[in-house]
Write a protein that binds this ligand. Structure first.
Ligand SMILES: Cc1cc2nc3c(=O)[nH]c(=O)nc-3n(C[C@H](O)[C@H](O)[C@H](O)COP(=O)(O)O)c2cc1C
Length: 370
């Protein structure tokens, strides 16, 4: 499973794994793929340092990368407090009433909300980069558009490849014009923020739009057969996010959430603005239903919604309030039916890939035992 890109990065499999968990990122790279640590949750540079040190110590010298959520446009002089002040009182009341309706307890006095995510603010993302560039990362990915030009230049000076996620061919062309090295074409079925075009349609469109730049197919990939399909569509690799959530190395905050993921079918997700204000695919819950209900106040735009619901999401997770408990995850959740190690997932992916290639070879008349 080698492509020009996997050879350039020195990995055995052109399988890129996005994950918020350092242990998963290291395990993906150790298994022969390319682990990418999501940095959006790191507000304190020392926490990121600690986790990159950990990865360095556990990655057996294999390459890995970092993913930031840097806004394409900088909003000058707006602080977190300014953003907080823009949240309407009616929306705050709606959060209170919904939590009260389900009897969700308060966080303890002084307990910080784990979901208060500020990594989307350019200043915070830049502190993450200052830390990360001291480590031998081989790839820097950005979720919210192309990184600013000076960040792309800095990465290139350090021999770091730059990737950006795109949900349309137009978006992908913008990235190519900005001088990035890899486009991650992320389809509608993916977990997290997504556009409206499914991977089957999006991948070849993006491949054609940015050729000869390498494209990674993302969204809905959870088997070797799907990896083979992505290569057939012109991708130079695949980028998986959801599948790692139920690995034994993942550190999901709640056992009940793991159970919910293992039980969920491919129809149990929804693309909702409930979490961040932008459409993000996640488990459908009574919390997403409340925000998507036309009778309710509706979600606020990003970044207001994220700040509005941060404490609430932390409380729901801490107290495992079943009907409200959710997480970003893609439609591939339907295939995530048991907890397995990252290595076991890789073994399954490579076996499935070989089966798919054999099958296609037979159909094409290239196999010896036809
Ligand atoms: C829990 C979760 C969190 C995510 N957070 C980010 C993020 O911070 N940055 C990013 O670039 N992509 C993020 N994504 C999207 C992934 O990078 C990836 O594109 C997506 O998961 C691929 O589709 P799949 O979920 O079908 O594998 C997230 C996905 C999940 C499931």
């Amino acid at each position: 499973m080698q492509t020009e890109l996997s050879r350039k990065l020195g990995v055995e499999y052109a399988v890129f794994g996005f994950t918020p968990f350092p242990a998963v990122a290291a395990a993906i790279s150790r298994a022969g793929g390319f682990g990418v640590l999501g940095a959006v949750r790191y507000t304190a540079p020392d926490d990121l340092k600690r986790d990159l040190d950990w990865i360095e110590a556990h990655v057996d010298g294999k390459p890995y990368g970092l993913d930031v959520v840097m806004p394409a446009k900088k909003v000058e002089g707006v602080t977190e407090a300014d953003v907080e002040a823009m949240i309407p009182e009616g929306h705050r009341q709606f959060v209170k009433d919904t939590l009260a309706q389900y009897g969700v307890p308060e966080l303890a006095e002084g307990e910080a909300s784990g979901w208060r995510i500020t990594g989307w603010m350019e200043e915070v993302a830049r502190t993450q980069l200052d830390v990360a560039f001291d480590y031998p990362i081989r790839l820097l990915a950005n979720a919210l558009g192309s990184p600013p030009a000076d960040v792309i230049d800095r990465a290139h000076e350090q021999d770091v490849l730059v990737a950006a996620l795109a949900g349309s061919a137009r978006h992908a062309r913008k990235h190519a014009d900005a001088g990035i090295d890899i486009v991650v074409a992320q389809g509608y079925e993916a977990g997290g923020h997504t556009g409206e075009i499914a991977s089957m349609v999006l991948t070849p469109e993006v491949v054609d739009a940015v050729a000869p730049l390498p494209v990674l197919a993302a969204g809905g990939i959870g088997s070797g057969q799907q990896i083979a399909a992505a290569f057939a569509l012109g991708a130079q690799g695949v980028w998986l996010g959801s599948l790692w959530l139920t690995t034994t190395e993942a550190e999901l905050p709640s056992p009940r959430l793991i159970e919910k993921l293992l039980a969920a079918g491919s129809g149990d997700t929804v693309r909702s603005r409930a979490l961040t204000g932008k459409p993000a695919r996640q488990l459908r819950t009574e919390w997403t239903d409340a925000w998507d209900d036309p009778q309710g106040p509706g979600a606020l735009p990003m970044p207001l919604q994220g700040l509005l619901v941060a404490d609430a999401v932390s409380r729901i997770q801490k107290y495992e309030v079943e009907p409200l408990l959710g997480t970003p995850v893609g439609q591939i959740v339907g295939r995530m039916t048991s907890e397995r190690s990252v290595q076991a997932v890789f073994d399954d992916l490579t076996r499935g890939f070989e089966r798919a290639v054999d099958r296609v070879n037979r159909i094409a008349g290239r196999s010896e035992e036809q």
